[in-house]
Design a binder for this molecule. Structure first.
Ligand SMILES: *[C@@H]1O[C@H](CO)[C@@H](O)[C@H](O)[C@H]1NC(C)=O
Ligand SMILES: *[C@@H]1O[C@H](CO)[C@@H](O)[C@H](O)[C@H]1NC(C)=O
Ligand SMILES: *[C@@H]1O[C@H](CO)[C@@H](O)[C@H](O)[C@H]1NC(C)=O
Length: 843
């Protein structure tokens, strides 16, 4: 009995850890669909790997083709496989249509070789291949030698169509086609993005993939006949940057085991049985990476699959190492013993990479942890790099299946915007901020700002002999995948719109450069923000803003109309906000003052915008610079939040981001100061200060006032606690504000200003309170018996102009420099960005 109990408890323990299995029943996969065609061949062909390709006459049942029957063959061709000796040539559009027995993943493998023949110059033709009617596989393609293009497509329709069409009068051709079902598990639906760290990419099944590289690292080439899914695995040797850094290691494949639920279908044991480890890992300076370099077109996203299996350790928990992709950490301190609970156990990890955000050439690296103790070693067993279709559903260039480019320099072409935006939103536009902050210093040498958004590399010859990407197509592909940028405006057009950058059109000045009032050809007024290339700070904020705005659309957020990047210019074009910053309507600007009701409506609009930022997008966005000059008013006094130059994305499921403190003094959340942790409640605090500004019509910081009055939040809260807040409100409101409305409003402000973020309301709560305050004003009576209907307080006596609240990075700066006398360097670009021309006069 005691023994039985003991056994039971052992059994219980062992189920809680990963159990390696020698084999599973999912070792083999019988594809429901398995079409193998040897096009142009008079008989069927059996390859050395024992797969049989059907003859041309058998294949013709799948073909819809009205052109001339043209088969070419060259039996004397020196080719490794007989399928390359024959080809089928099309002088008109041709479509193969395969019935799909079971929907889901399918391999599509296209074999090309320009067979010698008298009639056609096949090495000199140009054609396009489209699959499933919408996915561009190859665009203006010219196979020069033997080329096998492999795709993985999720087919959801009854038939899988593959369409060949020659350019102009040129012929298209094909030597052999494989359409073979793949198991569901071949691509997981969720994948981790390389960055932002922790970001998940969902819905991988809606993509199509093209194999770029598939390597059996440290081992021999594996042919289709020896792979569980008929794949070809190359050796990694030629991709190693420093050959001596790497050493081959291997074990017998039958020693490799798989975790339960994992399968050799992902990669056969032969892939895991060999690896590369650090050469000379026992030398005095063992701290280096093993680096593989790849030639990739950086305008596409990629799925990187890394295969690992600890075949080097003598015992568990000996080996820890870092894995880098594109120069960024992909797996930190990978401990295979812990993830697999054993040695020689297969393990893989997928990483989604937006390649435009990493430098070129594309690197995959493994290296030891920089720690004094532990074995200094790192390994890699296998590597796959799969291209993911771009926003026009293409795996080859910027043109969609309809032959149209998503965009191009021609303005107004907005096809595929929806898809592009959707794509951009999840494919890591947010990640761009990360990249942009690390923008290469030499960007000024480049011709356009997209060139540092999209690192272009010279020497773009492909290892695979498929160097068919031009700089032009990359550029447009990039644009199309970030279509949220709005429409393209030419420099000449903007020059005209701003009367050749007329100084009198300047409506705002900041660290980034100037903001001009412009009028487009169609009469639309716009705010044109022209980047000053000298300003580092400005550029960073400029980029953040572009990135933020391109994924946000909301009635209460200022929207982006377009951009221009000609001649190293960095120009963003926004909707023009006729009435400028809210602050100008409260004090200091001699403008007609606005009623309490209007003020409430403006606050409600701004709160809506912020609420949307915090909750409306996939990841929460913190504005980080909420203040009365960043709330702009359009011609109808509708409030919109502006200036996203300091905004931050919060990763999914995270509560805060740790970051250097930035913002504007007087509005800054004290908790954010203390902890250096930014949360959406930091915006709520700043908004509380804005509410007091609205009520008291004075700046957040007014150094000209007696000491205890300088800081509006502190001063007003003192009066609020005494129940005497009405003593310090805007004199213009006295008698025109319903006391209950004011109380509700002040209560909301007070809660926003709570010491601790957790005690502050959400923007949603604030919004509710403000709406309630508006209701009270509407139905209530003002304290002098007025009807409170909110007539504008036009022609009120102007208030004395007061000093600006200056943005700062640290409170120390303020303490050292009495702001009234010292010119604080404008560290941040936000102030008066969209102010109307009246603002200029006071500058
Ligand atoms: C590692 O193995 C591959 C394939 O067998 C071979 O091409 C390569 O030269 C080997 N590398 C070293 C450093 O021996
Ligand atoms: C499979 O591997 C064996 C042993 O490595 C080799 O002899 C054979 O040629 C391979 N077959 C194919 C089809 O690659
Ligand atoms: C390894 O590569 C990563 C990413 O490129 C880099 O940050 C790290 O410093 C490298 N480590 C060593 C020891 O060179």
């Amino acid at each position: 009995m005691a023994i039985l109990l003991l056994l039971l408890s052992i059994a219980t323990v062992s189920v809680s850890v990963p159990v390696p299995l020698t084999s599973t029943k999912s070792d083999t996969f019988k594809p429901p669909d398995n079409y193998l065609l040897d096009c142009g061949s008079s008989s069927q062909t059996t390859l050395p790997d024992r797969r049989t390709f059907a003859s041309d006459s058998t294949s013709s049942q799948y073909l819809q083709y009205d052109g001339r029957e043209l088969n070419v063959n060259d039996q004397s061709a020196n080719v490794p496989l007989p399928i390359y000796k024959t080809a089928k040539v099309f002088n008109a559009k041709a479509t193969y249509s395969f019935h799909v027995t079971k929907t889901g993943w399918h391999w599509v493998r296209l074999h090309f070789y320009p067979v010698q023949n008298k009639e056609f110059k096949l090495h000199d033709t140009k054609f396009t291949v489209v699959a499933c009617d919408t996915v561009v596989l190859l665009h203006e393609y010219t196979p020069k030698g033997i080329e096998m293009q492999e795709y993985l497509m999720n087919v959801t329709t009854e038939n899988l169509n593959i369409r060949f069409s020659g350019e102009k009068d040129l012929p298209a051709f094909i030597n052999a086609i494989e359409v073979v079902s793949a198991p569901d598990m071949v691509i997981a639906d969720h994948t981790d993005a390389l960055f932002p760290v922790g970001k998940k990419i969902d819905g991988m099944t809606r993509f199509s993939f093209q194999k770029m590289y598939r390597l059996n690292v440290g081992g021999a080439v594996i042919g289709p006949g020896n792979d569980t899914l008929g794949r070809y695995w190359d050796n990694d040797h030629k991709f190693l940057k420093t050959q001596s850094a790497a050493k081959n290691v291997s074990i017998a494949p039958n020693v490799v085991t798989y975790l339960e639920g994992r399968s050799p279908l992902i990669a056969p044991p032969t892939v895991y049985a060999s690896a590369v480890e650090m050469g000379n890992s026992d030398t005095i300076a063992p701290n280096f990476n093993i680096t593989w370099e790849f030639d990739l077109d950086h305008s596409y996203p990629y799925l990187i699959r890394l295969h690992f299996c600890d075949i080097v350790s003598k015992s568990l928990n000996e080996l820890y190492f870092n894995v880098y992709v594109g120069g960024k950490i992909a797996i930190s301190a990978l401990d295979l013993s812990t993830v697999t609970n054993g040695l020689s156990v297969a393990y893989y990890k997928d990483v989604f990479v937006e390649a435009s955000l990493v430098s070129s050439p594309f690197l995959v690296q493994v290296g030891p942890l920089n720690e004094p103790t532990g074995t200094k070693n790192a390994i890699l067993n296998g590597l796959e790099i799969l291209r993911i279709n771009n926003s026009v559903n293409s795996l080859d260039g910027a043109f969609g299946a309809d032959g149209k480019s998503a965009i191009g320099p021609s303005r107004g072409t907005v096809a595929a915007v929806g898809f592009a935006m959707m794509f951009g939103a999840f494919a890591g536009l947010s990640a761009m901020a990360v990249k942009w902050q690390k923008r290469p210093q030499d960007w000024q040498k480049k011709n356009s700002f997209s060139s540092w958004l999209l690192p272009l590399h010279s020497g773009d010859s492909s290892f695979m002999g498929s160097s068919k990407t031009s700089l032009g197509s990359k550029k447009s592909a990039f644009y199309s995948s970030t279509m949220g940028l709005g429409r393209y405006l030419s420099f000449a057009e903007l020059q005209e719109a701003t009367k050749n950058w007329d100084p009198n059109s300047v409506i705002g000045v900041g660290g980034f450069g100037n903001v001009y009032l412009g009028v487009l050809e169609d009469g639309t007024k716009v705010a044109v923000k022209r980047g000053n290339p000298q300003s580092e700070q400005g550029i960073n904020e400029f980029q953040t803003e572009l990135q933020m705005l391109s994924k946000l659309r909301h009635r209460h957020l200022v929207s982006l109309i377009g951009y221009c990047d000609e001649n190293a210019e960095m120009i963003l074009v926004y909707e023009y906000m006729e009435h400028g910053p809210m602050r100008d309507h409260l004090y200091g600007k001699n403008l007609p003052l606005i009623s309490w009701k209007q003020r409430l409506e403006i606050c409600i609009g701004a709160a809506r915008g912020l609420h949307y930022l915090h909750t409306g997008a996939a990841t929460a966005i913190i504005h980080r610079d909420v203040k009365s000059t960043n709330i702009l008013l359009d011609e109808n006094f509708i409030a919109k939040m502006a200036d996203f130059g300091l905004s931050k994305d919060v990763g999914m499921g995270e509560a805060h981001v740790s970051t250097a403190v930035k913002g504007s003094f007087g509005y800054l959340d004290p908790e954010y100061f203390r902890k250096q942790q930014l949360t959406d409640k930091s915006d709520v605090y700043s908004f509380g200060v804005v509410l007091l500004e609205v009520l008291c019509a004075r700046p957040a910081i007014d150094p000209a006032l007696p000491r205890e009055q300088v800081n509006l939040a502190e001063w007003a809260m003192q009066w609020k606690r005494k129940g005497l807040l009405n003593k310090i409100i805007d004199p213009n409101l006295v008698g025109r504000i319903n006391p209950e409305s004011m109380d509700k409003f002040a209560e909301a402000a007070e809660k926003c200003l709570s010491e601790y973020g957790v005690d502050r309301p959400t923007m949603g709560d604030v919004l509710w309170n403000l709406e309630y305050a508006l209701q009270l004003q509407d139905q209530g009576k003002t304290d002098d018996g007025g009807n409170g209907s909110g007539s504008a307080l036009a022609n009120s006596a102007p208030l004395a102009p007061v000093a600006d609240s200056r943005p700062v990075t640290t409170p120390a700066q303020v303490n050292q420099n009495p702001p009234a006398e010292v010119e604080v360097i404008e560290e941040h670009s936000g102030t008066h960005m969209f102010a109307h021309p009246a603002n200029l006069n006071s500058r």
